[in-house]
Ligand binder design. Structure first.
Ligand code: GLN
Length: 480
């Protein structure tokens, strides 16, 4: 599947935006009963497509994504379309404004075809905590698609969208990309505006693109990145990651295989497949050596302390008064009782667990012992990554330590958290990382993760594109 070629076909009038969007909506209708990638399907996408076709017919200039049917994770605001965050708490919340990235997509004539299923408030790695039902993996319907942007990745893998946006706080775009054999890129922190993204852990997360191929991701990144004065963490030094630059040869480059990413608990079949993929990276110019970043041993607890602390603060705004779900006050009920009753019913188990643990970590007496210590370890993680990038252009490892598991197979929260072992360090350091398909094991997808230093998305894209050309990974499609 080539997402970019499709856009060019619309521009060259080999096909029309309406044809493309109609086909996509038909695929959605056919596949949704078994996949459930979407929470909201936008049937009015056709009128948006008609507007684009009229523009083309009049010979007007069209945007770089003209006619591209795109799916948006349901925690990114699209004006007038409900934004549930996969939670009962926001089941009927309709945002009155567009996220900055959505404005950018619309300016380039992309067509939004729906809002995708996700773990509740982006907390999870399987899309099973979604209050509106889980998403199924198009490669094996009995398995999870990864998470939390599982709906977005499953939509792309099954052809229910040609591209998608997710968000990545600790791997939420890379994990489902690995599990569905799609390409997902988490950019450098600050490169993409978070305005209009409902915060889970704001110092870690970023809206991130998913596509069937590398050029699709490059095209999306070029559109969604850029300075936004509405986001105080938005950066001005944006590196162009345009498609043409991505197709340039990567030349010779050095890759460090991170030993800690093959830690105990990594499925040997996954490790073997990742090593095979690294042989292909060698073929396209990479010299490969092992490197150790010992501090990564502490990445998992550090991430969860910071993420839960930030979530406890960010989610305090859902008080049942200003947004979404609310219960009727009982006679003489105080606001605090109503607040707590509303939150007890409105939030799911996992979200409540994290709010409680985060509140604990931030409370007087424990703040220094837990939160401050985690913040210090985070600084050491950044330093050790930067040290490694003095010797290597890219770092590599598996995206996930395992194959997609069966729905309902992992019930213990700690076991679920452990699945994030290879993705979270990147978010703590704010560096960019990409997950590209490494092939199949027993018919199930494996992801190869490549990481680069801050603002070096271009190296990730160039190497990934060269790898795609020798592996042709985007030609392989799931059966569902
Ligand atoms: N699985 C991780 C978590 O639950 C990451 C989620 C994300 O990136 N949004 O926190």
């Amino acid at each position: 599947m080539n997402s970019l070629q499709t856009i060019l076909d619309v521009k060259d009038q080999k096909t029309t935006a309406v044809e493309l969007v109609t086909r996509t909506l038909e695929t959605i209708r056919k596949k949704e009963p078994s996949i459930h990638a979407f929470i909201t399907i936008m049937d009015d996408a056709i009128s948006a497509a008609e507007r684009i076709d009229r523009k083309i017919a009049r010979g007007e200039k069209t945007g770089t994504l003209a006619g591209l049917p795109i799916a948006i994770k349901d925690n990114i605001s699209v004006k007038g379309v409900r934004n549930t965050c996969g939670s009962k708490m926001l089941a009927n919340y309709i945002p009155p404004y567009n996220a900055d990235v959505v404005d950018r997509l619309l300016r380039e004539d992309a067509v939004i075809c729906g809002k995708t299923a996700m773990d509740e408030f982006a907390m999870g790695s399987s899309t099973e905590t979604c209050s509106f039902g889980p998403t199924h993996n198009p490669w094996d319907l009995s398995r999870v698609p990864g998470g939390s942007s599982g709906g977005s990745a499953a939509a792309v893998a099954s052809g229910e969208a040609l591209a998608a946006l997710g968000c990545d706080t600790g791997g939420s775009v890379r994990c489902p990309s690995a599990f569905t054999s799609t390409v997902g890129l988490k950019p450098t922190y600050g490169m993409v505006s978070r305005w209009g993204l409902v915060s889970y852990a704001n110092s870690l997360e970023l809206i991130s693109p998913i596509a069937p191929d590398v050029l699709g991701v490059a095209a999306l990144l070029g559109v969604i990145s850029g300075f936004d004065e509405k986001d105080s963490t938005s950066v001005t030094n944006v590196i162009p990651s345009n498609v043409e630059e991505t197709t340039r040869e990567p030349g010779k480059f050095k890759v460090g295989i991170v030993r800690e990413f093959f830690a105990e608990g990594t499925d040997e079949r996954v490790a073997g497949q990742v090593h095979k993929a690294l042989d292909k990276i060698r073929e396209v110019g990479g010299s490969i050596e092992e490197v150790s970043i010992p501090i990564l041993r502490y990445a998992l607890p550090t991430y969860y302390l910071i993420a839960m602390s930030e979530c406890s603060s960010n989610l305090s705004r859902f008080d049942g008064l200003r947004y979404g779900f609310h219960l009727k006050a009982k006679p003489n009920e105080g606001w605090d009782e109503l607040y707590s009753r509303t939150r007890a019913v409105g939030f799911g188990e996992e979200v409540k667990r994290r709010i409680i643990l985060g509140t604990f970590a931030l409370s007087a007496g424990y703040f220094d012992e837990w939160f401050v210590k985690a913040a210090k370890v985070r600084t050491l993680i950044i330093k050790e990554f930067l040290q490694a990038f003095k010797s290597f252009d890219l770092l590599a490892g598996p995206t996930m330590p395992c194959l997609p598991w069966k729905l309902g197979e992992i019930v213990d929260p700690l076991s679920m958290y452990r699945m994030d072992i290879d993705t979270i360090a990147v978010n703590l350091a704010g560096i960019p990382a990409i997950s590209i398909p490494a092939g199949l094991v027993d018919g199930l997808p494996v992801g190869l993760q490549l990481m680069a230093k801050h603002f070096d998305e271009l190296s990730l894209l160039r190497v990934s594109y060269a790898y795609e050309r020798v592996t042709h990974f985007s030609d392989k499609l799931p059966v569902n």
